[in-house]
Ligand binder design. Structure first.
Ligand code: C5P
Length: 221
């Protein structure tokens, strides 16, 4: 119906950072408040969808009528995402850490007095979006986010192909977007680029969900 355009649909959203442990008291992470992903999950639920929100460590309340799965690391996030399939659309907003430590220490690492820091070998994390892009249960609509500070649309265009996504929503994070309440986005698809004005994150979420509902509607199948 017009009021609940996503009724009967399952929408999967990732949000927040991941934390990759170095030792019991330290971790590697990206900067992410989780606000945009949580706003998208809330908007999808308001549009009538069943929503699974896979959230990294953030201090945000769970939006109404959203199923939330809390995770810590990228590997846990991937497992939770795969467990939530099938989904009609997946919107991957999480700022996943690209690397984790090869071996997290069970004990707090100590300065040894030599003045030389402990070595910190890293290994690459799985790319959750790219994994879904070639998954046997790939959602019909697969959407990634990309934080960029320059050549925003150009970089997003390349990412679209590399990740096997349908849309990349490029954030221009050169301004006050990080942790803030507003966002500047460009929607990059195979058909080109649509740039939206600077909007509150809730407004961006609402417009994204309208566009998702339109893309999933039988008329555009
Ligand atoms: O390559 P980049 O990290 O800029 O791509 C960002 C997009 O890919 C986001 O949608 C993010 O959620 C997703 N991503 C992911 N798993 C990773 C890295 C990024 O799902 N390991």
């Amino acid at each position: 119906t017009a009021e609940l355009p996503l009724k009967g649909r399952h929408i999967l959203v990732t949000a927040g950072p991941t934390h990759e442990p170095i030792d019991p008291v330290r971790y590697i992470a990206n900067r992410s408040s989780g606000k945009q992903g949580f706003a998208i999950a809330a908007a999808a639920a308001r549009a009538g969808a069943r929503v699974t929100l896979v959230a990294g460590p953030v201090q945000l309340p769970t939006p109404a009528a959203v199923d939330r799965v809390d995770v810590e690391t990228a590997r846990e996030m991937l497992a939770a995402v795969e467990a939530a399939l099938p989904a009609d659309a997946a919107i991957m907003v999480a700022a996943v850490a690209d690397w984790r430590t090869a071996d997290a220490s069970g004990q707090k690492l100590k300065k040894d007095g030599s003045g030389k820091p402990a070595p910190l070998p890293l290994v690459e994390n799985p790319d959750i979006l790219a994994t879904l892009g070639k998954h046997g249960q790939r959602p019909a609509l697969l959407i990634g986010f990309a934080a960029e500070t320059e050549k925003v649309a150009e970089h997003a265009q390349a990412k679209l192909a590399r990740k096997g996504a349908d849309w990349i929503i490029a954030n221009d994070v050169s301004g006050d977007v990080m942790g803030g309440d507003n966002n500047s986005v460009h929607i990059v698809t195979a058909n080109g680029v649509e740039s939206w004005e600077h909007l509150p994150k809730a407004g961006v979420a609402h417009r994204i969900i309208e566009k998702v509902a339109h893309a999933l509607s039988p008329a555009s199948d």
